[in-house]
Design a protein around this ligand. Sequence first.
Ligand SMILES: Cc1ncc(COP(=O)(O)O)c(C=O)c1O
Length: 476
Amino acid sequence: MNNQTPIFSELCRYRGEDHLRLHMPGHAGGRGINEVLQSIAAIDVTEVAGMDDYHLPQGIIAESQRLLARAVGAGESFYLVNGASSGIHALFMSMAADGEQILLPRSCHRSFFGGMVLSGMMPVYIPSQIDDELGLELAIKVSEVEKCLAQNPDVKAVFITSPSYFGTCSDIESMAAIAGQYNKYVLVDEAHGGHFPFHNDYPAPALAQGAMAAVNGLHKTWPVLNQGACLHLSPGFPEHDRLRQSISLLTTTSPSYPLLASIELARMYMEQEGSHQLEQAKQWSGEYKEKINKIKGLRCYGEELNERIDIAGVDPLKMVVAMPGLQLSGYQMSKILRKQYNIQTEMENENVILAMFSPLHEKADWERFYQALQEIAAGYAGSKRNSLRIEAPPVAEVVLSPREAWQSAKKQVKLADSINLISGEMIAVYPPGIPCLLPGECISAEVMDYLYYVIDSGARIQGPEKPNLNYIQVID
Ligand SMILES: Cc1ncc(COP(=O)(O)O)c(C=O)c1O
């Protein structure tokens, strides 16, 4: 078992030597820092001798990244100190030439949009498929990827998200095989799948399925401080040097050593304990899904989703609970959990709540969640509430690239007067969480009809500056 922690060890050595710190940061080892943060401040240093250089790593950072790559079976791994978003941005930058096309799911995280603004790339969207029951996009259809590749032979690569926020995975292996036939490669936003390499019964990691690169938001599923993330490459990644330079371009010259050390320590933890912890978590997940499904009025989704078309795996750590037989929405359920049971879940929408368990939660935590659900369900049993089902939006025409739209002047107009103008803002509806407009896209009659349908439905709209959508920002 690997117990090497070059960064953390060097930081501890430096702390122990008790230097007079005449260097950044200004707290000089913790002076003036609140006592809650003192122990972190003691190892919060800059690139003094021995600490290596994030931008040209040759010492402890290089060694630590090698250990990470070895632990997950990557050709090369890069630490990221600004979340998975920065890895996604860097991948876009590595491929960029203004106007170059990239194939993406419409439900991708907003960092993809940032990536296109930074790189100048032009999106080609893979049509979304929404699960009938959950009203969410759970996986990206292989056949749609194939169709899009056939229709858009000039795309540079396919960049998908898997797992979804809800833990459902797409069939990357098939996509990589098809993309290979077109001489394209597959990149994966695997922000929520950093733990997959440590247990064979979890969904297969993206790289093992043939992806050329994968980004992990390690802080999401490992015991890592917020923002800690990484980017893994397969040995043949074609834009290696551009990628390395892009990460450097996008990263502070003062990366947080406590953050780097936290990733490193978590890697050691996952190598030593991950398999055991994930095994336990998988068993508890199965056990508690079964128990929750016996509570009248609730429905907890799990392995059975694997049988749905195009879903190639389900992460047991994500507990998606719907309440079809209760007089409660997901928003209300989550509020009750927080106020009355001191349980804060990850996310909620009208129809479901999402509880994210980590490999470190104990059986008592699973039990506590279950007990709370049981009590709430007993208190709110009764006539069924109609769940909210919103259709997938029509595919809007991309008129300006995200970068051109970003750079353009904008103005507010009445929604009713915006037909055939170009949107200057994102408008997305939850659920399904698929944007119906992004900056640079045409507000066609069809899109306008959809917007009115959404307004009438009472669904939550995210994005526009005027949340009631009386007005919309358009390109001037
Ligand atoms: C699917 C997905 N990708 C990327 C990100 C961005 O991750 P980060 O917050 O680490 O930048 C998120 C964040 O929630 C996400 O859910």
